[in-house]
Design a protein around this ligand. Structure first.
Ligand code: FAD
Length: 414
């Protein structure tokens, strides 16, 4: 059978799916592409949801992955099924069943089911109005209806998303309190130095941050009015946004008998244990030779690059995907760019002065090797570090911290 007679089905219409459609056509696939997504939208970008789209600085057209005509009018020519959930995969028959009652046959199947938010539904009062999570365009539209100067916003969780929402709420004149179980912000992903810096910035913007606080319930009549904590302190709220992490959507794969372990288990080309089923994005547990271990990542870069690798492999041209992870977070005027993973570092080197300026970089070293960077308004530090991390470069700490030595000279000095 030639490729032109084949059908590739993609389940999940998010970032990875949008990239997979684009790459399959770019790499010359002439067969049929079926895209099945349970949201009412074509693939869109989630990062602006907690940033410029939440703040109202950009509209919905600026979050689309591609304009609608890309999918329908010739260029990609995709058979799109929105508002449709894939409910089962029959690996013997090579079909996907949907909640619309369709049974769709595939030659190759790509699972880009992404992730979903962790919820606090088990807490008393969790069904009150005004309590939100942030994963979709619809979530943002609902949150925005509660905005209003002087209204009290309580954000549960001081990770990237919680802090980005706090920054937008503060900018809109809301009275913002962030509740965090740990003793510092972004504790899971950054060094204390970064946490201290971001604590100070948020405090200067009027955001209150409470640490060591566990939310145990919500009170109100119809709408939330108070957030209750184990520590006995209650916080008045007109709006609550919960940002306490995500869970990978693996159930469809799991029920089809595919191996899952904190993500759908795939090899370096995105292939699962079934040679005709691939997976990309937030939902995968994949190997990374540069890091030397398997991992699951929640990042746009991963979704895009793994989708490209899958598209290539689905066309019989496997190209292993091994790249240094990178992420970003926008809060106020600060662009934080992160490359590598800092877990296990034994030395922190700081370039610039976080106490005095709003541009600096924190380098994480392990046994003298650069493994990660957190760069705040410091693009050259981020870009050069990405290369050095991939090279497993040893860079003398005294050079890294010397701002008189341009970053581009670090490689030659390594
Ligand atoms: P998703 O984008 O989650 O898409 C998966 C889609 O599949 C969803 O629409 C889901 O509903 C659908 N689906 C699931 N199961 C089924 C089924 N059975 N049938 C049909 N459809 C199904 N990353 C960064 O790198 N930088 C950032 O600044 C950043 N900011 C973020 C801010 C927010 C508010 C959020 C929510 C995420 C952010 N991320 C950021 C993470 C990034 O958006 C994700 O890593 C990326 O969207 C992952 O893409 P994906 O295609 O794997 O999954």
């Amino acid at each position: 059978m030639s490729d032109a007679d084949k059908t590739f089905v993609i389940v999940g219409a998010g970032h990875a799916a949008g990239q997979a459609v684009q790459s399959l056509r770019l790499f010359g696939f002439e067969g049929k592409i079926v895209l099945i997504g349970d949201e009412p939208y074509l693939p869109y970008q989630r990062p602006p949801l907690s940033k410029a789209f939440l703040s109202g600085d950009v509209g919905i057209d600026r979050v689309e992955f591609k304009p609608p005509e890309f999918y329908t009018e010739g260029e990609a020519n995709v058979d799109v099924h929105l508002n449709t959930r894939a409910t089962a995969i029959d690996r013997q028959a090579k079909t996907v069943t949907t909640d619309a009652g369709d049974v769709v046959a595939y030659d190759k199947l790509l699972l880009t089911t992404g992730s979903r938010v962790r919820r606090l539904d088990f807490l008393p009062g969790a069904d009150l109005g005004g309590i939100y999570y942030l994963r979709t365009i619809d979530d943002v539209e609902a949150i925005k209806t509660r905005f209003g100067s002087g209204k009290k916003a309580v954000i549960v969780g001081a990770g990237y998303i919680g802090l980005e929402v706090a920054a937008v709420c503060a900018k809109h004149g809301l009275d913002v309190t962030v509740l965090e179980m740990e003793e510092r912000v972004m504790a899971r992903v950054t060094a204390p130095l970064l946490s201290d810096f971001y604590h100070r910035v948020h405090t200067e913007e009027g955001v209150k941050i409470e640490y060591g606080v566990k939310v145990v319930g919500f009170e109100g009549e119809g709408d939330v009015a108070r957030v209750l904590t184990e520590q006995g302190q209650n916080f008045d709220a007109d709006l609550v946004v919960v940002g306490i992490g995500i869970l990978p959507n693996v159930e469809l794969a799991q029920e089809a008998g595919l191996a899952c372990d904190n993500g759908i288990v795939v090899n370096e080309t995105g292939q699962t244990g079934d040679p005709d089923i691939f997976s990309a994005g937030d939902c995968t547990n994949h190997p990374n030779d540069l890091l030397g271990h398997r991992l699951r990542l929640e990042s746009v870069h991963n979704a895009l690059e793994q989708a490209k690798a899958c598209a290539s492999a689905m066309l019989g041209k496997p190209k292993p995907y091994h790249q240094i992870p990178w992420f970003w977070s926008d809060q106020y005027d600060l662009k934080l760019q992160i490359a590598g993973l800092s877990q296990g570092y034994d030395q922190l080197v700081v370039r610039g002065n976080p106490d005095e300026g709003r541009s600096f970089a924190a380098f994480y070293l392990k046994d003298g090797v650069l493994i990660a960077v957190d760069a705040v308004n410091a693009a050259p530090e981020f870009l050069m570090s990405k290369k050095l991390i991939a090279q497993k470069a040893r860079v003398a700490p005294e050079k890294l911290e010397d701002t008189s030595i341009p970053m581009k000279e670090m490689a030659s000095n390594a």
